[in-house]
Design a protein around this ligand. Structure first.
Ligand SMILES: CC(C)(COP(=O)(O)OP(=O)(O)OC[C@H]1O[C@@H](n2cnc3c(N)ncnc32)[C@H](O)[C@@H]1OP(=O)(O)O)[C@@H](O)C(=O)NCCC(=O)NCCS
Length: 182
């Protein structure tokens, strides 16, 4: 079989630790490559983010990093916040909600378009919806690169504000309770 498919690749999700041997990785974005190879363990040791690897026997297929975050109201974007609030019971509505941030997410160029990005989003939801909660976490957030906006939109992420419409990255969010209710 010449065409690579997600189903016939033996890929495991591993939590990076101090002793993890990071296999080669290239997503064609220097910052994202550098973070994985040179900084992900420093971030782990400093408790700034935890990185997870999708690893085959020979190489890193993809990776993502998670950190605690807050989804914070933009006072000038009331309509968006009202939409977010509609899913929260009235007495519990706030100007900020607990969230987990996808700080970095990258798929190796040779594996792009095969569903690994989508698989990672599903894995993050699974981690925060089905596993026992260690702390309250309602939303997933991401500062999405411009080229990846359609990817996140397809995965049900929404824009928090229009203020960043022309920026290099845009804040997007996903309500974890949607997965439970849908
Ligand atoms: C963006 C990225 C994470 C997507 O991962 P991927 O494994 O290639 O995406 P998937 O194969 O899971 O695609 C899932 C869906 O998103 C769509 N999609 C993926 N990348 C897209 C893009 N750049 N533009 C438009 N749609 C895109 C796919 O067509 C697919 O749609 P479908 O569900 O209708 O079939 C990956 O291409 C990547 O790592 N790019 C370089 C680094 C980067 O930009 N990271 C994002 C940092 S915020």
């Amino acid at each position: 079989m010449t065409e690579k498919s997600l189903l016939n690749l033996d890929v495991k999700i591993l939590r990076l630790n101090e002793n993890t041997i990071i296999q080669s990785f290239d997503c064609e974005d220097k910052d994202l490559n550098d973070f994985l190879l040179n900084d992900s363990k420093n971030y782990l040791n400093s408790r700034l983010s935890v990185t997870y690897l999708l690893q085959s026997k020979e190489e890193t297929v993809a990776y993502f990093s998670l950190s605690n975050d807050s989804l914070i109201k933009d006072d000038e974007e009331t309509a968006t916040w009202n939409k977010i609030n509609r899913a929260i019971p009235n007495p519990k509505r706030r100007k900020a909600y607990p969230a987990v941030k996808i700080g970095r997410l990258a798929v190796a160029k040779k594996y792009a378009g095969m569903g690994f990005g989508k698989l990672i989003i599903m894995a993050v939801r699974e981690m925060y919806v089905n596993e026992q909660q260690r702390s309250g976490c309602r939303f997933v957030t991401v500062d999405a690169y411009r080229n990846a906006l359609p990817f996140y939109e397809k995965n049900d992420f929404r824009f928090l504000t229009t203020k960043d419409a022309n920026d290099d990255t845009r804040i997007m969010y996903f309500d974890l309770m949607l997965t439970v209710n849908d």
